[in-house]
Ligand binder design. Structure first.
Ligand code: NDP
Length: 296
């Protein structure tokens, strides 16, 4: 298989992180301090621990200040909210990320609602979701923002393209659809109740799959020349002789690659863009809070 049509998200994200690091140096020169990202983790969910560790490493590598808060599983919601309020008021903190999901005795939405929207670098606060919906400047959730960057890099102007987003979660599907609409795509949002999904997907010039079902989107669903962005991260059962199963996306990659003009692999596609966009949002938050012109 030729690799010309594979979108290298890892390389794109590395380049973006390099540009962010350069802008961080400018920010430090102008403001005398580093942009700061606070990450709050409650409990000891192993996947969340890995995500938080990667975010900290990337933040420090970009030259930013990383503030990490690890709270025990049985933390009271009121205590978590008290920490969020302290971080809202902390001048050194430009971005706050509360790692989700929170333990079951907490209400994710109630906690996110306490974030200062100006520091909500995950873009999950309803004020940012609303701003995105009405076309105002907003913090956009990192994963769909990364997908849009990859699409624009490949296609340039997206105007008039038929885009199908599979999945309607608040963190991926819905904001992805809003971003594509803002780029003048004709957008269809598909979900678990969509009828004849294959037929819907066959009409698309752009497909973004954000479902969480291994290799659900088949090669013969893809129109020749379409661009496919695969957000899904699914671990297959281990094959014989393997200790861990392979990671795959929501798209049957090898089949889909035959038809698509460009496609993201899993891993190495959308995943690396998510953290790079978190750094980008933190940098933008820092520039705004310091009243400096926004970096490119
Ligand atoms: P959610 O579970 O919140 O949403 C999944 C969506 O898929 C829902 O809207 C659901 O529809 C839809 N869906 C489920 N089954 C079907 C089906 N058979 N046909 C069509 N649509 C279906 O997931 P997320 O949005 O949080 O994440 C989606 C995937 O992306 C996951 O694999 C996740 O791991 C991955 N992910 C990757 C990230 C990265 O950095 N690369 C970041 C975030 C997520 P309905 O609303 O009707 O239930």
């Amino acid at each position: 298989m030729s690799t010309d049509n594979i979108i290298d998200g890892k390389a794109f994200a590395a380049d973006l992180r390099g540009r962010i690091a350069a802008s961080v140096l400018d920010f430090v020169a102008h403001s005398g301090r580093k942009p700061g990202l606070a990450v709050v983790l409650v409990g000891d969910d192993p996947a969340s621990q890995v995500y938080v560790g990667s975010k900290k490493k990337a933040t420090i590598e970009a030259g930013m200040a990383s503030f990490e808060y690890r709270l025990p599983e049985d933390t009271a919601q009121a205590d978590l909210i008290a920490l969020v309020e302290r971080l809202n008021a902390d001048e050194q903190v430009d971005g706050i990320l509360v790692q989700l999901p929170l333990p079951s005795h907490m209400d994710d939405k109630a906690v996110i609602a306490e974030l200062d929207p100006a520091k909500d670098v995950d873009g999950f606060h309803v004020v940012n979701a609303g701003r995105l919906a009405v076309g105002e400047d907003a913090f956009v959730p990192c994963t769909p923002l990364g997908c849009l960057m990859l699409l624009k890099d490949r296609l340039g102007d997206l105007s008039g393209k038929n885009a199908v987003v599979i999945g309607r979660s608040n963190i991926v599907g819905k904001p992805m659809a809003q971003l594509l609409l803002a780029e003048n795509c004709t957008v269809t949002i598909a979900h678990s109740r969509t009828q004849d999904l294959a037929d819907v997907v066959r009409r698309a010039d752009i497909i973004v799959a954000a479902v969480g079902r291994a290799e659900m989107v088949k090669g013969d669903w893809i129109k020749d020349g379409a661009v496919v962005i695969d957000v899904g991260i699914n671990r297959l059962a281990p094959a014989e002789g393997e200790t861990k199963g392979r990671l795959v996306g929501d798209v049957a990659f090898a089949e889909a690659a035959v038809h698509s003009a460009a496609i993201t692999p899993v891993p190495g596609g959308v995943g690396p863009m998510t953290i790079a966009c978190l750094l980008r949002n933190t940098l933008v938050a820092a520039y705004r809070r310091a009243d400096l012109p926004r970096p490119k």
